[in-house]
Ligand binder design. Structure first.
Ligand code: NAP
Length: 265
């Protein structure tokens, strides 16, 4: 990977690459000279982005339209990840979304869709990618979780908690194989996330907002340093330090109020 210590990483596959954090990964990796496979549902937007990154950085950018809330969509990406002739060196499992509302206010269908995209797709795509990476003795996986993983916060927080635990466990199992896995845990990031979920953001203080490009730069540095969990900003590192020592009951009270006002991040 140019500009880092991870050697010979040449093609990265990013899910949720059309907006927000995923688009920031695409910009940064393209600028470093990596070829890309861009995954999301909006084909026109994917094509536009692929053309722009190709024209600006001279890299190859493949478009793979897939809805990761469906078996067919997950299978299409699994197939691409397992293609030994065109290996993927870095997988970024980033696609995700929020559901507005407390438990029981969100429909069961929407809760299950979240688990499909945040957990099942991450499990299946990580497995599909890592099998070949282990054979080649190199590769990386970044699973985008959230600081919501560390506080009681409904299905969203629980799904992100699963991402962190799963990634830490898989990283331990693959230690010494040359494959690095890392869970990325951002706080509030300015993206399309909150607007798409219909969540207001007026009450979120300015200091809590992170910039997607800076977040991604720190995340890739943490990956090269071999971290398995990355909380890329000092403000959130400090907050999560407090969360570790705060009583669970108190956290539950705070997040059940602020979580619904601000929405999950
Ligand atoms: N923004 C925050 O404050 C924040 C904080 C912590 C963690 N995160 C996490 O960061 C990740 C990215 O979120 P973001 O803030 O960048 O959100 P975003 O700006 O809304 O982007 C979400 C991306 O995911 C894609 N996507 C959504 N559902 C999909 C599906 N079913 N299949 C395939 N692609 C899908 C979207 O593209 P299409 O619509 O074209 O499919 C889009 O490219 C998520 O996992 C989120 O939970 C966000």
């Amino acid at each position: 990977m140019r500009g880092t210590n991870v050697p010979r990483m040449t093609t990265a596959l990013i899910t949720g690459a059309t907006a927000g954090i995923g688009a920031a990964f695409a910009r940064r990796l393209a600028a470093q000279g990596h070829n890309l496979v861009l995954v999301a549902r909006d084909t026109a937007r994917l094509r536009e982005q692929a053309t722009e990154l190709h024209d600006r950085h001279g890299i190859e950018a493949e478009v793979l339209s897939a809805d990761l809330a469906t078996d067919g969509g997950i299978e299409a990406v699994e197939k691409r990840l397992a293609d030994r002739r065109h290996p993927i060196d870095l997988l970024v499992n980033n696609a995700g979304f929020g559901n507005k509302g407390r438990f029981l206010e969100v429909s069961m269908a929407d809760e299950l869709t979240m688990l499909k995209v945040h957990c099942e797709a991450v499990l299946r795509l990580t497995s599909a990618a890592v099998a070949g990476m282990r054979e080649r003795g190199r590769g990386g996986v970044v699973n985008v979780a959230s600081v919501a993983a560390f506080v009681p916060r409904g299905t969203y927080g629980a799904s992100k908690s699963w991402v962190v635990q799963f990634t830490q466990g898989a990283a331990r199992d693959l230690a010494g194989s040359g494959v690095r896995l890392m869970a990325l845990c951002p706080g509030f990031v300015r993206t399309e996330f909150h607007e798409r979920a219909g969540m207001g953001t007026d009450n979120i203080p300015n200091w809590m907002w992170l910039d997607a490009d800076k977040l991604v730069a720190s995340a890739l540095t943490d990956l090269t340093r071999g971290k398995t969990v990355s909380i890329p900003d000092p403000r959130y590192k400090a907050l999560m330090g407090l969360v570790k020592v705060a009583p669970r009951g108190l956290l539950g009270g705070v997040t059940s109020r602020t979580g619904r006002k601000y929405g999950p991040q």
